[in-house]
Design a protein around this ligand. Structure first.
Ligand SMILES: *Cc1c(COP(=O)(O)O)cnc(C)c1O
Length: 399
């Protein structure tokens, strides 16, 4: 009998009941805007910021309209200007170069290794080309953050971390987003907390946070923030910083606060599923499992494997055959951007130099979401299906 998988790769878990109740309370109050609060009620957004800062062990946190907004705001808060160059990953998703383009800056792409992290040799080689790195922890893979920070510190490069896929992850115990000057997170539906759209920016730098708060559209109400620096830090910044509205509202904050309390538990549930797929795939001929370093505590909300040096046709055949059995795989090697899988050379607004070693890796990357609506047993089944289909195609290729 041919096993089929019938789960849905885009189906996240429902919003928990306590979060729904909190959202209903906000709607009943009619006070949805973050600065529309009654009496001494700090409001859901300010409380969420305080709780997220505590959860990440940082001083300051700003909740914003999206992860992409957080990235653009981070660049502005660091003073990146039109025409400036910003180092970033060749392997990432479109909102990252998009944030750089949104401030008129120019991405300088840094290659990707077979471990699916930024190529630190390439970073070191390009370190004199820019003074900001927008580091995307793409698909949750953490580079050696000790070496990365050493390279950047030596070159005077300030690091903005894109933690869209690493909220809750750690490098040698340090939470992702706390090594750079600024950490940015997304709470969009496919990330680790779900408010439909939303994001956070965290930092320990008072001036950077004051600028970010002003940028996000705080008018002169920054004293209502519970995870922002003291009002005197705003004394001059408030005259110099434009308002680029991108605030979070109470409704989203209300559904995020209960989810944040469960974040570590959810990370463990993702990892159980990740390990079930990984175990099932290990040892499949022709397929390379991406081994994770011991220093990394990852959050397995998606999994990647490599079909390294495969020709285009057999890769497409594997994807077709898995799809026919209900397993949705995405491929980063396609010539054209499809869905979310675009590549550095598909972003034609941004110049790029050829990167043959990265191209080889990108051509081999197969990507799959692991929503928590899948059981661990589902994950074992998915792995059996992939293993079977990769095996069948590989046998044909290898003759
Ligand atoms: C989702 C995502 C973002 C941005 O998040 P949005 O909230 O959708 O704007 C940034 N980087 C990566 C790698 C992402 O996957």
């Amino acid at each position: 009998m041919t096993e089929m998988f019938t789960g849905n790769f885009t189906q996240q878990e429902p919003i928990p009941d306590d979060a729904i109740e909190a959202a209903v309370r906000v709607m009943r109050s009619g006070r949805l805007h973050r600065y529309n609060v009654a009496g001494d009620d700090p409001g859901e957004v300010a409380l969420l910021e305080q709780e997220f800062a505590a959860a990440m062990g940082v001083k300051y946190c700003l909740a914003v309209a999206s992860g992409g907004y957080a990235l653009g705001c981070a660049l502005r808060a660091l003073g990146v200007k039109p025409g400036d160059k910003v180092l970033t990953n060749a392997f990432t998703l479109a909102p990252v170069p998009g944030a750089i383009a949104s401030v008129g800056a120019v991405p300088v792409f840094v290659g990707v290794t077979e471990a699916l992290v930024i190529d630190l040799d390439d970073l070191a080689a390009k370190a004199d080309e820019a003074d900001v790195l927008m580091l995307s922890h793409m698909r949750g893979h953490l580079a050696d953050m000790d070496r990365l920070m050493a390279i950047c510190d030596a070159a005077g490069i300030r690091v903005i971390e894109d933690c869209a896929h690493t909220m809750g992850a750690r490098w040698r115990g340090r939470l992702s987003g706390t090594d750079g000057v600024i950490g940015c997170y997304s709470t969009q539906t496919y990330k680790h907390l779900n408010s439909g759209e939303g994001g956070f920016l965290v930092t320990d730098d008072a001036e950077v946070m004051a600028r970010a708060v002003m940028l996000s559209g705080s008018y002169m109400l920054y004293d209502r923030h519970l995870a922002a620096p003291a009002p005197d830090v705003f004394d001059t910044i408030r005259y110099e910083t434009p308002n680029v509205s991108g605030r979070m509202d109470h409704l989203r904050a209300a559904i995020l606060r209960p989810q944040l309390r469960r974040l570590s538990e959810q990370c463990e549930r993702w990892n159980e599923r990740y390990r079930a797929v990984e175990d099932g795939l290990r040892g499949t001929p022709g397929l390379t499992v991406v081994e994770r370093p011991d220093e990394e505590y990852y959050v397995g909300s998606s999994i990647q494997f490599l079909l390294l040096d495969w020709a285009v046709e057999p890769v497409q055949e594997v994807i077709r055959r898995c799809a026919a059995r209900g397993v949705e795989l995405k491929w980063f090697g396609g010539a054209e951007p499809v869905g979310f899988t675009s590549r550095y050379d598909s972003w034609r607004y941004a110049p790029s130099r050829p990167m043959p070693a990265s191209d080889r890796v990108l051509r081999g990357i197969i990507d799959m979401r692991l929503p928590l609506t899948f059981s661990v047993e589902d994950c074992r089944l998915i792995a059996r299906i992939i293993r079977g289909e990769v095996g069948a195609v590989w046998q044909g290729v290898a003759g």
